[in-house]
Design a protein around this ligand. Structure first.
Ligand SMILES: N[C@@H](CCC(=O)N[C@@H](CS)C(=O)NCC(=O)O)C(=O)O
Length: 223
């Protein structure tokens, strides 16, 4: 299926989604680490609109944004399908995957960035409301995809590692095992899968990254 390159950064949960998909499909790829403080001409050429990672390059053709990339991978390499055959199930998986990025990732990050106080409590409540919606999607199933991991599992796959680190850096707890028993159990199962573990960044480096991002956000908010 030809040459595949992934322009990515190690700490990015959006990039790791793509690495997981490539590994699940058994696709060989060249990993190109991007420096987001000094963006490469390659990134700017391939993703001039958002200038963000990940970018997948297949036979010289770039695709940006993690969810469209996952769909491209699923349609190009058929083994271990990520999306179901049924159009309704496919539409639902896409909807919830988008929701995970828009509401859960950014909701958690916003709560982490706020200093202790009423506003932070409200942000935590709102992020937990989003997690409650996600919890409902896993009822009666081992993975969001059913018996096997699928599209929504990869989109939500940041929860066991990244959210845990965000919680520590942000001085908060969102994924309470008592409040969200199903999501908590799913997270434990997901992170045990060797192929999934293989791609996650070291905890100490991720913690450093979130500590720095949170300090930056807090100091910009007060200046
Ligand atoms: N919606 C995008 C989000 C990607 C994203 O936010 N990437 C970050 C790294 S985690 C980035 O490249 N940031 C660089 C910037 O904002 O300038 C996706 O799903 O791929």
């Amino acid at each position: 299926m030809g040459e595949v390159k992934l322009i990515a950064t190690t700490q990015s949960l959006f990039c790791t989604r793509v690495e997981w998909a490539l590994k699940l499909k058994g696709v060989e790829y060249e990993y190109i680490e991007e420096d987001l403080r000094n963006k490469s001409p390659l990134l700017l050429e391939y993703n001039p609109v958002h200038k963000k990672v990940p970018v997948l390059v297949h036979h010289g053709k770039p695709i940006a944004e993690s969810l469209p990339i996952l769909e491209y991978i699923d349609e190009t390499w058929k083994e271990n399908p990520l999306l179901a055959e049924d159009p309704y199930q496919r539409a639902k998986a896409r909807f919830w995957a988008q929701f995970v990025g828009d509401k859960c990732v950014f909701g958690a990050f916003e709560a982490a960035c706020l200093a202790d106080g009423e506003e932070k409590m409200k942000a935590i409540e709102s992020a937990q409301e989003s997690l409650a919606f996600l919890e409902k999607q896993i009822e009666g199933k081992k993975y969001f995809g059913g018996e096997e991991i699928g599209f929504l599992d990869l989109a939500a796959g940041w929860i066991p590692h990244w959210l845990n680190v965000m919680e520590e850096a942000g001085g908060m707890k969102l994924l309470d095992a008592e409040k969200f028993p199903l999501l908590h159990e799913w997270a434990q199962n997901f992170i045990q899968i060797p192929l999934i573990r293989e791609c996650i960044p070291p905890r100490d480096k991720l913690l450093e990254y979130f500590n720095a991002s949170i300090s930056y956000m807090r100091s910009s908010a007060t200046s």
